[in-house]
Design a protein around this ligand. Sequence first.
Ligand code: F6P
Length: 321
Amino acid sequence: MTVDVDPGVDVVHAETTLPEYLALMRQPVDFRALMRQVAFAAKRVAAELRVAGLRGMLGSTGQINVQGETVQQLDSYANATFVNNLLRSPVVSDLVSEEMPEGLHLARHKREYALLFDPIDGSSNLDVNLSIGSIFSVRSSDDVLTTGRCQLAAGYVLYGPATLFVLAMRELGVHFFTLDPTIGEFLYWRGPVTMPEKGSSWGANEVHSASWSRRVSNFVSWLKDATPHSTRYSGALVADFHRILCNGGVYMYPSDSTYPNGKLRLLYEAAPLAFIADCAGGRAVSEEQDILEIQPEAIHERTPFIIGSRTEIEHFLPARS
Ligand code: F6P
């Protein structure tokens, strides 16, 4: 029997699924398997989010996590969903999650990938049905406590009006996949995405502005007055970063008197988003150095975080750029 083969089958098209895309781009089989598990967990979380209110899944569990923050029922659900799916994957040997005090080391005959993740980012948006996300970073199992430059890939899932899977790989750039819930697949949407050189919005929690450093305060004055940027801040890092990735601008959570080392976690919030920004032509810094150059010492450490378009970030760090 002969089969007619469509000459276009090996190009990315509107119906290309995430696994097909990774195969077309000749990504390693094990990496493809890992991404399949991450995407599967994200689809489960997206499905649960759609009916969480009806199922009584909103509100807190009454527990406090390793960060000293209240654990929401959906934080717990999403963490269990990611962990259970990844435990099934023979290519993952280390898991680090915001919701687990210790990293999880799995005995595997081959040490391959480590997945570092924040299962639900922006939990304060959960009870009011606003956008939230999941963030992940892929490293070699031997490179968990190394600089962000060692990440093999990074991405996030944005649970908004549509569920988007955003994946950054050094050699391929940043690509968007949209969940089509009617068929349960992430379909290729667009890429490689580049962050505009300059944007027109900025976001931070200004309640802390009285204790920002002079340099941060001067930078914010410049953003507001010299080159008017509108304020946009949703309280969910993934949603706020996604706006910056698409339209340019700045998101920041600098150090302040409440969070002297910054609020955001280096390994599963700041570093993966810095990697994505870098692949898209943007940049991320702490107040002292490039986020991707920070040598981590502990899995849950925090960092001040300023991320966005090159023009704005290089204005913040003129002497270093
Ligand atoms: O994970 C931390 C986080 O929820 C981010 O998603 C968000 O940008 C930030 O904290 C919001 O913090 P705050 O409520 O202090 O503005």
